[in-house]
Design a protein around this ligand. Structure first.
Ligand SMILES: *Cc1c(COP(=O)(O)O)cnc(C)c1O
Length: 424
């Protein structure tokens, strides 16, 4: 039996209804923007394996750094110890993060990065004897699948089963073009109540919602409102971080700086699971006390895993090369040309581009559900044509490894064009 069939016996996949799911291709090899399955079929990874892989699969530079670290110090506990790689990585992050970010807390996935930010906002207030128990988030946001992160997420069918067991989160509209004032008004009304500890948001691009975009100017306004009302701001850059938007962080487009940031996907170039939550000095100081109980009692066994730190250091050094910078620009230019070409297609509702992210909404008579039939038809069409894309309802987006070749990008575009002709 092949891996694809053997898989079904024991593996439970994410976001999958196994009763109706087809067999999954079993990937056995990856190089640069390509993946191969056990039958030798080739796929272009046009979504960088859920947005984690900027520098290509099986990247030699990162692999060498990992091998070297594995044979020097693979892991040591971070409670009561530190190690050279965590120190170096934190120092490196200080060079590239917004200047108000001063402290780094390590964990191992995007959800926990958000979880830690939310817990810190709540405990900061608790430590000061202030009662602020609620959080503000965008409608349609996605912040992860653990309880705190899930509560902040607005994609309802992800969270419906857990209503009643969740932290209290109040939502404001996403400030897309034309909705800026609605969003600002809603936020102003909430912060006046003094009940909110933090506003958590995906800056400029809501990834899981279908690469929904809004402008930095309105986010600056929202952050300013929070600052004036002592509500902490948490920028969830788990998706947008490390070059996706054309700058190192989406927050680099802003005048204002968030109090906390969450990073994970792409931090280690898609190799070792790792995440960080970063903090302003003010937040750290809210825990800094003679009283042990005021410390942040949160940790994970693999916190600041040295192998992950080594992978992240190699990854950030790649991100800072002229070659990668040029690749990000090239992909962006390529997306913009495709956008010009496709935007007047009779089946295209709207298109948007930021950095290496391209999204296109297909016109439909009625709203398409997230994992609905139309979406599934598109998904399988792309896979059958050797292109990995995961449409969200009627939204098709591309977020490729930055090193994807022009001819591979052309194939991704032409496959989308073909889908527009054939899939109804
Ligand atoms: C993917 C994602 C998360 C969750 O990260 P995991 O590593 O899957 O837990 C959180 N926030 C955003 C914006 C994401 O895109």
């Amino acid at each position: 039996m092949n891996f694809s069939k053997r898989d079904q016996k024991h593996n439970w996949h994410p976001y999958t209804q196994h009763k109706t799911a087809a067999d999954f291709p079993a990937i056995v090899k990856g190089k640069d923007a390509l993946l191969w399955d056990e039958n030798g079929n080739e796929y272009i990874d046009a979504i960088a394996s859920w947005w984690v892989n900027p520098f290509g699969h099986s990247n030699q530079v990162i692999a060498d750094a990992i091998y070297k670290q594995l044979t020097t110090l693979e892991h040591v506990l971070f409670g009561g110890f530190t190690h050279n790689k965590a120190v170096e990585l934190s120092e490196k992050l200080m060079e590239i993060l917004p200047s108000n970010q001063k402290k780094i807390f390590y964990s191992d996935n995007g959800s926990t990065a958000v979880e830690i930010a939310i817990k810190s906002a709540l405990q900061y207030n608790y430590n000061k004897g202030i009662k602020k128990l609620k959080i503000i988030a965008f409608e349609d946001a996605f912040h992860g699948d653990t309880f705190g992160a899930m509560a902040a997420s607005g994609i309802t069918f992800f969270t419906e089963a857990f209503k009643g067991s969740l932290l209290e989160v109040v939502r404001i509209p996403v400030p897309t073009n034309g909705n800026e004032d609605k969003s600002i008004k809603a936020l102003k009304k909430l912060v006046e109540t003094n009940e909110f500890a933090a506003f958590v948001f995906e800056p400029l691009v809501l990834g899981a919602a279908g690469m929904v975009m809004y402008q930095p100017e309105v986010l600056d306004k929202l952050i300013t409102i929070c600052k004036q009302n002592n509500v902490f701001t948490i920028a969830d850059e788990v998706m947008t971080g490390f070059g996706k938007t054309g700058k190192t962080f989406a927050c680099d487009y802003l005048e204002q700086k968030p109090d906390m940031m969450c990073l994970s996907k792409a931090l280690t170039g898609g190799t070792i699971p790792m995440a960080i939550t970063t903090f302003s000095q003010e937040i750290f100081d809210g825990f800094y006390d003679d009283d042990t109980n005021k410390a942040l009692f949160h940790g994970h066994t693999f916190t600041a895993n040295p192998t992950g730190c080594a992978a992240a250091l190699a990854s950030i050094s790649l991100l800072q090369t002229d070659e990668i910078e040029a690749n990000i620009l090239r992909v962006n230019q390529s997306h913009l040309s495709f956008q010009e070409k496709i935007k007047l297609h009779p089946r295209v509702q709207t298109t948007r581009v930021l950095g290496v992210i391209f999204a296109l909404e297909i016109k439909r008579e009625s709203q398409e559900s997230y994992y609905g039939n139309f979406r599934n038809k598109l998904y399988h069409f792309f896979i059958e044509n050797g292109v990995i894309l995961r449409p969200v309802g009627n939204i098709v987006y591309i977020l490729p490894p930055y090193i994807i070749e022009n001819q591979q990008l052309e194939k991704v575009y032409s496959t989308i064009e073909k889908a527009l002709e054939e899939i109804f």
